[in-house]
Design a protein around this ligand. Structure first.
Ligand code: KIV
Length: 295
């Protein structure tokens, strides 16, 4: 796969033609225009987001958002590959990054490479993301030196919820700061092209951004990060309750509930399907439909 940028038409935004995002171009945005990132799990959502986004992340949050799991620990490589394939089909210019799920990369750098290579080959994505700081640095180095670009993920790491005791904001205690900054440095030195900084107090996220030379992508972090990411379904309001760090830019759930209720009413009253929704309908005496021409 070429790392050269290729010009593609603009999407829904009506902007001038934009180049397809590559890993070097993404990395070069450090300290420059904020990077716009969203999760996508399906081809349709990927198509919608692609016009505005620099990165589409096929996050393992799909376990909860799409599959109704209680956390991300049950997500498999097969889940990630299936959704990764869909998102790659829907994206034409954003960088598509696929999460390595829990259990697929921690055992050894070699196993991580085998699984990450499968993800890249079978989905056509450009890069993978994996959770972990210092302890994952050898794995990040192993992958990135062998042609698999890696986005790191530090701070709140959902895959570590059983050891940390849940989804807890990191760095509330200043004694934690040095360790998290060291994680960011280790991920950077290992060759990650960017790092997601999740659920850390704002001044720490800013400090990490000032410390590392790769873009930081914040979620529940700081406006000073080099980019931001949100889970698409949270952002468009598909869930009634969202954490503080999410801003709802839409109320999709309300619109969907309303549409479902109107559909149900019309099915029950036989208002749907109307004559315009069926084939070869005979004009009713009171219908305004034009009579069909005889051949
Ligand atoms: O899985 C995911 O969606 C993520 C983002 C929240 C960064 O890792």
């Amino acid at each position: 796969m070429s790392t050269q940028s290729t010009t593609t038409p603009a999407g829904n935004s009506g902007d001038a033609p934009r180049k397809k995002m590559t890993v070097p171009a993404f990395r070069a945005r450090k300290g420059s225009d904020p990077l716009v990132c969203l999760t996508s799990y399906t081809a349709h959502v990927a198509r919608l987001c692609d016009a505005q986004c620099d990165m589409l992340l096929v996050g393992d949050s799909l376990g909860m958002v799409i599959h109704g799991m209680p956390n991300t620990l049950g997500v498999t490589l097969e889940h990630m590959i299936m959704h990764g394939q869909a998102v790659v089909r829907g994206a034409s210019k954003a960088l598509v990054v696929v999460d390595l799920p829990f259990g697929s990369f921690e055992e050894s750098p070699e196993i991580a490479f085998r699984n990450a290579a499968r993800v890249v080959k079978e989905t056509g994505c450009t890069a993978v993301k994996l959770e972990g700081g210092k302890e994952m640095a050898p794995t990040i180095a192993h992958l990135s030196r062998r042609g698999i670009p890696v986005c790191g993920h530090i701070g709140l790491m959902p895959q570590a919820m059983n050891t940390t005791g849940g989804f807890k904001t990191q760095g509330r205690d200043k004694d934690q700061w040095e360790e998290i900054i060291d994680d960011a440095r280790a991920v950077e030195e290992a060759g990650a092209f960017a790092v997601v900084v999740e659920g850390v107090v704002e001044p720490l996220a800013r400090k990490i951004t000032d410390t590392v030379s790769i873009p930081t992508i914040g979620i529940g972090a700081s406006a000073e990060c080099d980019g931001q990411i949100l889970v698409f379904e949270d952002m468009v309001g598909l869930f009634p309750r969202v954490p503080t760090f999410v801003k709802r830019y839409g109320t999709m759930q309300d619109m969907m509930i309303d549409a479902i209720a109107r559909y149900a009413d019309e099915v029950r009253s036989r208002a749907f399907p109307g004559s315009e929704n069926v084939y070869g309908a005979e004009a009713k005496p009171d219908s305004k439909a034009k009579p069909r021409k005889k051949k």
